[in-house]
Design a protein around this ligand. Structure first.
Ligand code: SF4
Length: 507
């Protein structure tokens, strides 16, 4: 019989969450490095370079890889011979570890979890509760898997009840383009096949806790039907040409993981959950002897890739921006923004809408300004702001016509594609939408030289800030004619992949 002490589990969970907030798993970094070498699309290569550079900077600075530090998923495998020294529930102890990890004053992580109990969506302030799964297994140890799952990639989770004779690969290949780029590719696909609806979803999530080994699998060749399916999906999804950040390119997924379970004869439940550029998970075993220890990776594990603003980027002064300049930008053009940039996301837009409906004066003048969809991490020490990467822009689509028609706004910065309503509004008002790289939050934060809250301070990370930026890298994702690189890029690269027989997959 092994006794696990509460303090050991709490501290191990807290340390794991800190560790994964700034260290990518080595397998992810190395697979992304290989994708960088293979990539031929300049836009996708630039995005991967930003993610790799950001990753190394986060490891060096011990600050979060992404401003979205995730919702915590914990998988516990409790040995039948384990006893605990506490009377509270296992969930309470795990959540104490989450609380300690997220409130660490040296590296406070963003509290992103909202209480749904009364649909008031109040922030729980410490990122609790985690989503916890417990399994009883033989043995006398406690095995723990901890992940911090980004909201953007979680939002793209899919489930289908296929007919038993339907093709799983066909459904995945049809579904991935519908997910857009809000899941911040290149990442992984976790797939659960079988069981029941909830079992398939759980397997999809759990499969993402495995290491990336597609290059090894391809090198040795598949040895089972599951491995054959992994390879088929990996090859076919990459051949779609979606590419890093959906800009069009050769690498959309770095691996595909599949877990299976027996299913009812009438059902074939299939779940798919993507993991993003902020792939974060850690694993440890407690045997009663003390808290887990985590070995920091060596900086030599990172590929020798350093993103620098290249000479082909156009410098833009936000303080003298007008519609004429915005109208001159071309889809795919790389810009370096300097000057004053406003911020705002879901809650701020909703409040602006209320102000406009009630004919109340807005607290901020948006005339000829650009808004950045971001919810930054709080600053520590001498930082101006914590990691501050873009959030998924489609959530702001329903407010875009209002913002462009009624506030004087002329540009937006976010991540991933825009939907039809936003494209129409951008075209109608001759505005533009710029894309920053999701998963490069620490790198982007380094371009922010000053930050202050201008309005709606009670919204916390969702308040309207004014950033003063210097050479913040963005790409024109939708120009004033409504042309979207998220449509043209994948179309161009999927064609090139076939015509030029480009190497889309790890070998
Ligand atoms: S990389 Fe993208 S999806 Fe992942 S946590 Fe960051 S913003 Fe969210």
């Amino acid at each position: 019989m092994t006794t696990i002490r509460s303090e050991h589990l709490v501290q191990s969970i807290a340390d794991a969450l800190q560790f994964i907030s700034y260290y990518h798993p080595r397998d992810y970094i190395q697979a992304l490095g290989r994708a960088y070498e293979r990539e031929q699309s300049p836009a996708a290569k630039d995005a991967i370079a930003q993610i790799l550079t950001n990753s190394r900077m986060s490891a060096e600075g011990r600050r979060p890889i992404c401003q979205d530090t995730g919702i915590v998923n914990v998988f516990l495998k409790v040995g039948m011979g384990v006893r605990f020294d506490f009377d509270s529930s296992l969930e309470e102890v795990v959540n104490e570890g989450v609380r300690r990890g997220y409130l660490n004053p040296d590296n406070p992580l963003r509290a992103s979890v909202l209480d749904e109990s009364d649909f008031g969506r109040k922030n729980t302030r410490d990122n609790t509760p985690a989503v916890i799964n417990v399994q009883m297994v033989p043995g006398d140890k406690l095995e723990v898997g901890v992940a911090a799952k980004g909201g953007g990639s979680e939002a793209k989770s899919k489930f289908v009840m296929l007919n038993p004779s339907d093709s799983i690969a066909d459904w995945v290949v049809k579904t991935v383009p519908s997910m857009g780029a809000g899941w911040c590719p290149p990442g992984m696909l976790g797939i659960g096949v079988g069981g029941t609806a909830e079992k398939a979803m759980l397997m999809a999530k759990e499969s993402l806790m495995e290491s990336i080994d597609m290059a090894e699998l391809k090198a040795r060749g598949p040895k089972s039907k599951v491995e054959e399916l992994r390879v088929e999906i990996y090859d076919r999804v990459n051949a779609l040409g979606i590419g890093a950040q959906g800009l069009g390119g050769l690498s959309t997924v770095l691996d595909v993981k599949i877990l299976t379970y027996p299913a009812h004869a009438a059902n074939r439940p299939v779940a798919m959950i993507p993991n993003c550029a902020a792939t974060r998970h850690a694993h440890f075993v407690l045997d009663g002897s003390g808290p887990a220890e985590f070995e920091a990776p060596s900086l030599s594990d990172w590929p020798k890739v350093t993103w620098v603003a290249d000479a082909s980027s156009t410098r833009v002064n936000l303080d003298s921006l007008d519609k004429k300049t915005v109208g001159s930008w071309k889809p795919g053009q790389r810009l370096l923004l300097s000057g004053k940039l406003l911020t705002g996301r879901d809650a701020a837009h909703k409040r602006i809408q209320e102000f406009l409906e009630q004919k109340k004066p807005l607290p901020v003048d948006f005339t000829n300004r650009v808004i950045y969809y971001v919810g930054p991490v709080d600053a520590v020490r001498d930082e101006v702001i914590g990691p501050a990467g873009p959030t998924t822009s489609t959530r702001m689509d329903k407010f875009t016509e209002m913002m462009l028609a009624q506030t004087g706004l002329i540009g937006m910065v976010g991540k991933a594609e825009r939907g039809p309503a936003a494209l129409d509004a951008i075209k109608k008002h001759k505005a533009a939408y710029l894309m920053a790289v999701g998963g490069a939050a620490y790198l982007v934060a380094k371009a922010i030289k000053k930050a202050r809250v201008l309005a709606f301070e009670d919204l916390g990370m969702e308040a309207i800030h004014e950033f003063e930026v210097k050479d913040m890298p963005v790409t024109v994702a939708v120009d004033a004619n409504g042309t979207s690189v998220h449509n043209t890029g994948p179309a161009e690269w999927s064609k090139k992949i076939i015509e030029l027989k480009l190497p889309v997959t790890a070998a």
